[in-house]
Design a protein around this ligand. Structure first.
Ligand code: RET
Length: 337
């Protein structure tokens, strides 16, 4: 990229030292004394000065794009709203970890214990994810391609991308689905399908966020991610409710299903509306708060409701059939635990 080339930057500074103030009076005197030689020269000088200005500007953005981790950290610190959207989640994840460990202290049934472990992983991944963001480790400034609402060639500015979010969702969301599948009494096939499609959704969502070569390809990745998401929604809305009904966990499952589907739909919507999508919401801090708000409900409130129910209904969980390729809802014989 032009702005990153050191020679160009050096020549930019060299032109800056001469300056318009010095060049103009000299040129006026010379125009009067040697008009035929000086007119073409003068126009060159003005052009060079304009180019020098451009190069200096590009050099400035070059520095911006080459921001080091401490510089990104400082940029996050300087944006109080963005910084708060991270710290609130670090605090809530920390409190959730302590609370969930306490709530699970007397749980003995292996399936109930597995639900606890899977759910506990959610705030554990979350605290790591937000620590990565707040430290500037998993944030980059990316030049959006031509056609994007905030294309670099139009705005001259790079867009702050919190790609660490998408990466860590690939760890936290499978844990949520594992807990939900165990609660419903899913068979192994549906559980595997939901989890693999979910990881596919997160990884292709990460690809959508990181692709800067083509605007069209960013949206193509987004489309692929949505297709994976549809598979997850199908298992959540069609397959698992039948299992939960057959296993007597339908009441809590239905509550958590609605909470999950409504909250999860918010993520692709905010991605599309935010700076990485069509940029109706241009502020990265507001987009970050949208994700952080969704996270609070989809993770901590979800986990509390689930674990609270499991801790007080351990016997129902203990009576459920073990994971097998046959579903309780389709009448296949359950295998022994
Ligand atoms: C993206 C963009 C591409 C299209 C789709 C998306 C969906 C993301 C979802 C995220 C859920 C995250 C949760 C995190 C909890 O830790 C990647 C935004 C479909 C559904 C619940």
């Amino acid at each position: 990229m032009l702005g990153k080339h050191p020679d160009i930057r050096r020549s930019g500074y060299a032109f800056g030292i001469i300056g318009v103030d010095t060049l103009v009076p000299i040129c006026i005197i010379l125009v009067r004394t040697h008009p035929f030689i000086i007119y073409p020269l003068l126009s060159n000088c003005i052009m060079l000065e304009a180019i020098a200005g451009d190069v200096a500007t590009v050099a400035q953005f070059g520095t911006f794009l080459e921001m080091t981790q401490p510089e990104i950290f400082e940029a996050v610190q300087d944006d109080a709203l963005l910084n708060a959207s991270f710290w609130v989640n670090i605090a809530l994840a920390g409190l959730s970890i302590l609370l969930f460990v306490y709530m699970g202290r007397n749980v003995e049934d292996p399936r109930a214990q597995l639900i606890f472990v899977a759910t506990l992983m959610v705030p554990l991944v979350s605290i790591s994810s937000y620590t990565g963001l707040v430290s500037g480790l998993t944030i980059s400034f990316l030049e959006m391609p031509a056609g994007h609402a905030l294309a670099f060639e139009e705005t001259g500015e790079a867009v702050l991308t919190m790609w660490g979010r998408y990466l860590t969702w690939a760890l936290s969301t499978p844990m949520i689905l594992l807990a939900l599948g165990l609660l419903a009494g899913s068979n192994l096939t549906d559980l595997f399908t939901a989890i693999v499609a979910d990881i596919g959704m997160c990884v292709t969502g990460l690809a959508a966020a990181l692709t800067v070569s083509s605007h069209g390809l960013r949206w193509f990745w987004y489309f692929i991610s949505c297709m994976f998401f549809l598979v997850v929604l199908y298992v959540l809305l069609v397959k698992w409710p039948e299992d939960a009904q057959a296993n007597g966990t339908n009441e809590i499952f239905d509550t958590l299903k609605i909470l999950t589907v409504v909250m999860w739909l918010g993520y692709p919507i905010f991605w599309a509306l935010g700076a990485e999508g069509i940029a109706i919401i241009e502020s990265v801090a507001i987009t970050s708060w949208a994700y952080s708000g969704l996270d609070i409900v989809a993770k901590y409130i979800f986990a509390f409701l689930l674990l609270n129910w499991v801790a007080s209904n351990e016997s129902i969980i203990a009576d459920m059939p073990s994971l097998s390729s046959g579903s309780a809802a389709t009448g296949a014989a359950p295998a022994d635990d």
